[in-house]
Design a protein around this ligand. Structure first.
Ligand SMILES: Nc1ncnc2c1ncn2[C@@H]1O[C@H](COP(=O)(O)OP(=O)(O)O)[C@@H](O)[C@H]1O
Ligand SMILES: [Mg+2]
Length: 477
């Protein structure tokens, strides 16, 4: 497999494991890697320094593995203390693994369609909102160690039900979505932004939860191209080596993302493909890029799951038009919005791509760890700057990190009323919906959200407010 002529030194790989957490990869997924692959295990509870030392001692260049939600913030710190170690997937790519809130903030930033979502850190704001909004709504636990199977997802049909639920569950933050009537949802798995597996999940008759763990059904056939396109867009936005998205197919025909993450259940042969993709990425072409044809899942999905669980190292031949009938992509056509296409034509539209290696943090915790940052005194915080990368070419590139700005309510009011046409009353309406932290984040990352939330807030207000905000920040410097 590996070409002999290329004698370039390969990076040292390490598997990142955590006690009590199921392992997504093991060495067998990296079959053919000629060098020793290290493992490092995080033991939780004050294990950070020991863990860092072990990674250094083992001279690991690349640490591979998923971080569970409850260790995510610790690993953002660990990653900063190991600036020369590349985490795969990166901590930024794993941002969505931490919580539903993070999935939402990621989607807001990249303009990815999701059910309309409301996040409240201030309980009284949530309660006010409940009293004036429409039902049904969905309330979810945003963050938690065992957040799966729809167990923490509730449909509420009235304000009273919502109040009761929140009184009982004490979810923090309060995470609410419009209820989207849906036909089904589709789990799409991607490697290097190429869909490699997809299947439908349908709710049992008369139910709304499409989770198969609740007795729904699944099948692999006829996932629309346009739905795959959305999954690709999301994977690219996350710069993900491997990725899974749950895409809801609404009764209105629209696609919306429900969940996305690097941590998901996958058959071993899929994890082998991820290993092959990563070996290609790490070896500078010494290992070949795996060839995984689009819609392979429709064929493999005909097998019993008990067989799929045992299959390993599946490879496909490449499409050669002259080679008579040897390949399934040759035979089938598919309906798309652009008309009928051969599978091999479609396949060519979904290349497996190399992810980018980035050095700047996209989601620094000083700014994005709402759960822990929230509620601290309101002030302007100078975030710690990243450690400089020593002895490397990147060291010249200053790794600046944006300051986190928090404001008092008084200042926010002043900012809002500085916009022509916004008086005290209107400012209060905005502040009713957004608390100060939320408003700063909205201004920084998705100002259009204010238009969605506040009916009279039109584009001209948004433009002026964004301008006032920029001026305001200038003065803080
Ligand atoms: N906004 C929504 N409207 C309607 N149904 C939803 C909505 N959000 C989630 N669901 C249903 O609840 C299921 C579980 O929600 P999800 O966000 O995937 O949480 P988890 O899988 O972590 O429990 C989804 O598969 C879907 O069937
Ligand atoms: Mg789900």
């Amino acid at each position: 497999m590996a070409k002999k002529k290329n004698n370039q030194k390969l990076p040292k790989l390490g598997m990142l494991y955590l006690d009590y957490v199921l392992r997504f990869f093991d060495k067998s997924n990296f079959k053919g890697w000629p060098d020793k692959i290290e493992t490092v295990t995080y033991h939780w509870k004050n294990d950070k320094d020991r863990f860092i030392k072990e990674v250094k001692r083992k001279k690991i260049d690349i640490l591979i593995g998923n971080i569970p939600a409850t260790a995510y913030e610790t690993f953002r710190e660990i990653a900063r203390e190991l600036p020369n170690v590349q985490f795969i997937p990166s901590m930024d790519t794993q941002f969505s693994n931490k919580s539903k809130e993070n999935v939402t903030r990621f989607a807001w930033k990249y303009d990815i369609p999701i059910p309309k979502t409301y996040i409240f850190y201030d309980k009284s704001k949530a309660e006010k909102f409940i009293d004036k909004t429409e039902f049904p709504k969905i309330i979810k636990k945003s963050y938690g160690p065992s957040n799966y199977g729809g167990y923490f997802v509730h449909k509420v049909d009235s304000a009273q039900e919502a109040h009761n639920l929140l009184a009982q569950k004490k979810y923090h933050p309060v995470y609410m979505q419009d209820f989207v009537p849906m036909e089904a949802d589709v789990r799409v798995m991607l490697i290097g932004h190429k869909p490699v597996c997809a299947f439908w999940r349908r709710a049992p008759e008369g139910e709304w939860l499409t989770n198969t763990s609740q007795g729904g059904s699944m099948d692999y056939m006829d996932v629309p191209k346009e739905l795959l396109d959305l999954a690709v867009k999301v994977s690219k936005a996350a710069n993900a080596e491997y990725w899974a998205c749950d895409v809801a197919v609404g009764a209105d025909g629209k696609y919306r993302i429900l969940e996305c993450a690097t941590a998901f259940a996958a058959f071993p042969y899929i994890r082998d493909w991820i290993g092959q993709y990563l070996m290609w990425k790490f070896s500078n072409g010494r290992f070949p890029k795996p060839n995984i044809p689009l819609y392979n899942w429709e064929e493999l999905g005909k097998m019993d799951p008990s067989v799929l669980r045992t299959l390993r190292y599946i490879t496909f031949g490449r499409y050669t038009p002259s080679y008579d009938g040897a390949y399934f992509l040759d035979k089938k056509v598919r309906e798309t919005q652009e008309g009928e296409m051969y599978l091999h034509e479609l396949d060519a539209l979904y290349p497996m791509l190399m992810t980018e290696d980035r050095t700047k943090e996209e989601w620094p915790s000083e700014k994005w760890n709402f759960q822990d940052n929230y509620g601290h005194t309101v002030r302007k915080v100078h975030a710690q700057s990243n450690p400089k990368i020593k002895e490397s070419d990147e060291s010249a590139e200053a790794q600046e990190q944006e300051d986190m700005i928090e404001l008092t309510e008084k200042k926010v009011k002043k900012l809002l009323t500085s916009v022509e046409g916004i008086g005290k009353k209107k400012a209060e309406q905005i502040m009713d919906r957004f608390d100060t932290t939320e408003l700063v984040h909205t201004l920084e990352t998705a100002p259009h959200k204010i238009m969605e939330e506040v009916s009279w807030f039109k584009k001209k207000f948004m433009k002026k407010l964004v301008k006032e905000w920029e001026d305001f920040k200038e003065k803080l410097k």
